[in-house]
Design a protein around this ligand. Structure first.
Ligand code: GDP
Ligand code: CA
Length: 314
């Protein structure tokens, strides 16, 4: 398989919005996406891949922009029916979304790997970028909290990410193999971009798959990360609190330290410009720009600035 010039490590909403900008400045055919599967879960026997689906829906125009996930205008008749029949059904799934999970599940049940099933769904929805789950094997993010160890969706959705996170574990990671094409996409792409996703629970599980970290660290070409943290806060979700409770700085400097040895440049927000020297001391070349992706134009500009940063690092 031919390797595409740009590979992007992706979580969910932050990544999807960034990728939308990227696909407005480069052809989709030039982009491979390596996606997180640590958030995956089974709902009533259906395999759900929330991060892959957020990327897929965003890039094919189906996304519910306001929520950042799920299908725009989706109904929840199936869910309501299930609840009326006594199901707890705490994980919200829209009707059209369930259709996608059924199509995926049919393939998985036949023994197809997740990567092949994902490629088919992506092709059918018209995505021309390549969407690769980091692994076809089972990998699940587990969080240690005062309530005990929680699986990702129990922590995030069921309990509304209110628990203090004191530790992380990527169940299955050590025996997981990178999906076909993942290592090549990381080694041989002209540019690798780490999207503005949660470094601990969106990018962390990707890096936990044996060989992935090494493939990125050993690259000849540039690797650029984009900070999801602006002025000490996450734009959505628990990234800032989680960084702090796990002993990291909730700032571009903390992000830079996590990516030291992996990325050579960090794009972060102008509001944090005074941190440029500290980012440099952490070992990454600082690139300051507006990183708030409020609309398509802002997403496009951030993607363009990130590609510029990669050019400067060459
Ligand atoms: P999700 O949590 O699975 O949806 O996936 P991500 O980890 O990809 O997305 C959440 C992260 O994206 C959070 O840490 C946010 O701070 C970050 N994020 C969301 N919107 C923006 C934005 O407009 N700019 C930047 N720099 N980061 C963002
Ligand atoms: Ca996620």
């Amino acid at each position: 398989m031919e390797v595409r010039p740009i590979t992007v490590l992706a979580g969910g909403v932050g990544a999807a919005r960034f990728l939308q900008g990227l696909l407005s400045v480069v052809p989709a055919e030039d982009v491979a996406i390596v996606g997180n599967v640590g958030d995956d879960l089974e709902v009533a026997g259906l395999h759900v891949s929330p991060d892959l689906d957020t990327v897929l829906y965003t890039l094919t125009g189906w996304i519910d922009e306001k929520r950042g996930w799920g299908v725009r205008g989706d109904s929840d008749r199936a869910l309501e029916r299930a609840r009326s029949l006594g199901a707890e059904a705490w994980f919200w799934l829209g009707d059209l979304d369930i259709g996608l999970h059924m199509a995926r599940m049919e393939r998985l049940a036949r023994g197809e790997p997740l990567s092949t099933a994902t490629a088919t769904l992506a092709e059918r929805l018209g995505l021309r970028a390549q969407l690769l789950p980091v692994t076809d094997d089972r990998l699940r993010t587990m969080l240690q909290t005062p309530e005990g160890e929680l699986d990702f969706q129990t922590y995030y959705v069921r309990r509304g990410h209110r628990d203090r996170v004191t530790g992380l574990r990527f169940d299955g990671a050590r025996s997981a193999a990178p999906a076909p094409g993942v290592l090549e996409a990381l080694r041989e792409a002209r540019v690798v971009i780490v999207s503005p996703s949660n470094p601990l629970i969106s990018i962390g599980p990707i890096l936990a798959v044996p060989g992935v970290r090494e493939a990125i660290a050993g690259r000849g070409g540039p690797t650029v990360a984009v900070s999801p943290i602006v002025e000490g806060a996450a734009l959505r979700g628990p990234a800032a609190d989680m960084l702090r409770s796990l002993g990291h700085e909730a700032s571009p400097v903390g992000v830079a330290r996590l990516y030291a040895g992996l990325a050579d440049s960090l794009v972060f927000d102008s509001r944090d410009a005074e941190l440029a020297e500290a980012v440099r001391e952490a070992g990454l070349r600082p690139h300051v720009t507006d990183t708030i992706m409020r609309n398509p134009e802002a997403r496009r500009r951030l993607a363009a600035a990130t590609l510029d940063a990669a050019g400067a690092a060459r």
